[in-house]
Design a protein around this ligand. Structure first.
Ligand code: HEM
Length: 471
């Protein structure tokens, strides 16, 4: 016999059974949530209310703070800095968990003032479809296939730069910043738009002064001046966009990639990302170059090996009657120099750590990382752990003759937010080292031991050196 639907639902037995299952479901969900909440937080201390352990972190070399915590609590510990509860992680597997396997549970996070200066629509601050689109556009302009064609233009910048240092006492970091900014402009705007180059530089230099300032937007403050310079930069970019559109030419540079019609980026989105790439490309590469000059200066036998490798390339080109201009193929024949760059990236670890924020409660290895907490993978600690790199304080490029263990070497980060500009950065460094080692000698001036953080790790006082042409 068929039972009518109505009688099924209305039968008291079914009603009670539904009620019971609802109750059981609710109880199960509650137990799950409560169970999760009962997971312990990682070990560690959180210091004073609100200020936490900010003072302990910033009153000394930050690496001393990290190292003492790791020694006491192990590779995952909690702390509280800059008004935020944090979990710091210094083991390769945990870093992979946060940056790669479960990256959707950890969003990038920056101070609000950085977001306002770079522009809220810049790649760094996003996840999901918009981020993937921007990443594709950046990669298209800076992957090896695209930068192969600009080796000789980068070389021309290097030759001019080094010539301007001849016989001078220079601040290596400041001079390297000029070089890397010119190289960044080349990759963004190609060789066009020279008209606006000096204006772009002037505004960008004002903007960067405010990067680490307090976000107080009152007349006369650094932040206020920076925000004005940012506005001016966006106006210059609008002029460049306008004149490119009138010319109707397609360009393979980064601006051309952002301007692709089917990409549909607005002018504001393009401006935020152009300024963002200037920021990401310049001081990072300049810091690494500065450390490379220091480590080569301190290790004469390694400098000798690099110089010989570069002289061999130069002589081969002369012998074969080839044009003396460096090519992409030449830069692929520099294994010793490349290992020096890798070892510099490891020892200097210019980005000591990065920031993420848990978007929900996350369980890792029996610990709870609560929603909203910051999570900091500590690159420097991973790069300086004797478990990953024996005798870690020694500058020894030969260790890279063997590939490092997975997830132990992350100078360019890891996962969906890892650095898309890494090949461009390495190219800029290789080309500069080619000319520096084959044509110039240099000596360091003043004390050599200090490190300053601002925010990238740098030799004290930017490494003053005296440089001259080899005779
Ligand atoms: C030696 C020089 C450089 C170093 C050490 C470096 C390092 C890094 C690191 C560690 C990240 C990831 C940060 C994170 O996960 O939170 C990153 C991201 C990024 N880098 Fe670099 N970088 C360098 C040069 C460059 C250059 C030349 C460019 C120019 C295209 C560039 C563009 C970017 C961009 C756009 C991002 C954001 C990627 C995203 O969010 O998807 N970087 N960089």
């Amino acid at each position: 016999m068929e039972i009518p639907m109505f009688s099924l639902v209305s039968s008291p037995f079914i009603f009670l059974a539904s009620l019971l299952s609802l109750f059981l479901l609710y109880a199960l969900a509650w137990m799950l949530i409560a169970g999760r909440r009962r997971l312990p937080l990682p070990p560690g201390t959180t210091g004073w209310p609100y200020i936490g352990e900010t003072f302990q972190l910033y009153s000394q070399n930050p690496n001393v703070f990290f190292a003492s915590k790791v020694k006491r609590y192990g590779s995952i510990f909690k702390t509280h800095v800059l008004g935020c509860p944090c979990v710091m992680i210094s083991n390769p597997e945990a870093a992979k968990f946060v940056l790669v396997t479960k990256s959707h549970l950890f969003k990038p996070t920056f101070p609000a003032s950085k977001e306002r200066m770079l522009g809220r629509q810049a790649i760094f601050f996003h996840q999901g479809a918009y981020h993937m689109k921007l990443r594709k556009l950046v990669m298209r302009a800076v992957m090896p296939e695209a930068i192969k064609d600009i080796v000789s233009d980068i070389e021309a910048i290097v030759v001019d730069t080094l010539r301007s240092w001849d016989g001078m006492l220079i601040n290596t970091f400041q001079e390297m910043k000029t070089y890397t900014f010119n190289a960044a402009l080349l990759s963004i705007f190609g060789k066009d738009d020279v008209l606006y180059r000096e204006e772009l530089k002037r505004c960008y230099y004002i903007l960067e002064k405010g990067y680490n300032s307090m976000p107080i937007n009152l007349p006369g403050t650094l932040f206020n001046k920076s925000m004005k310079a940012r506005k001016e930069l966006a106006q210059i970019l609008a002029k460049i966009l306008c004149s490119r559109r009138q010319r109707k030419e397609e360009s393979k540079d980064l601006l051309g990639s952002f301007m692709g019609e089917k990409e549909g980026l607005t002018d504001d989105q393009i401006a935020d990302n152009v300024i963002g790439v200037m920021f990401a490309a310049r001081d990072t590469t300049a810091s690494v170059l500065t450390w490379t000059v220091k480590y080569l200066g301190e290790n004469p036998s390694i400098l000798q090996a690099v110089t010989e490798e570069q002289e061999t390339i130069m002589r081969c080109k002369e012998k074969s009657g080839e044009d003396r201009i460096l090519t992409w193929a030449d830069t692929r024949k520099m294994p010793i120099t490349s290992r020096v760059i890798q070892e510099t990236l490891r020892v200097a670890s210019i980005l000591s750590f990065t920031f993420r924020e848990a978007v929900e409660d996350v369980e890792y290895e029996g610990y709870l990382i609560p929603k909203g907490w910051k999570v900091l993978p500590l690159f420097r600690n991973i790069h300086h752990s004797p478990d990953n790199f024996p005798d870690p304080e020694k500058f020894d490029p030969s260790r890279f003759e063997v590939a490092p263990k997975p997830n132990t070497f992350m100078p360019f980060g890891n996962g969906i937010h890892s650095c898309p500009g890494n090949e461009l950065a390495k190219l800029e460094i290789l080309v500069l080292l080619h000319h520096l080692t084959t044509k110039y000698r240099w000596s360091m001036v003043g004390p050599q031991n200090g490190i300053q953080y601002g925010p990238f790790a740098l030799p004290q006082n930017g490494l003053p050196i005296r440089l001259s042409l080899k005779t």
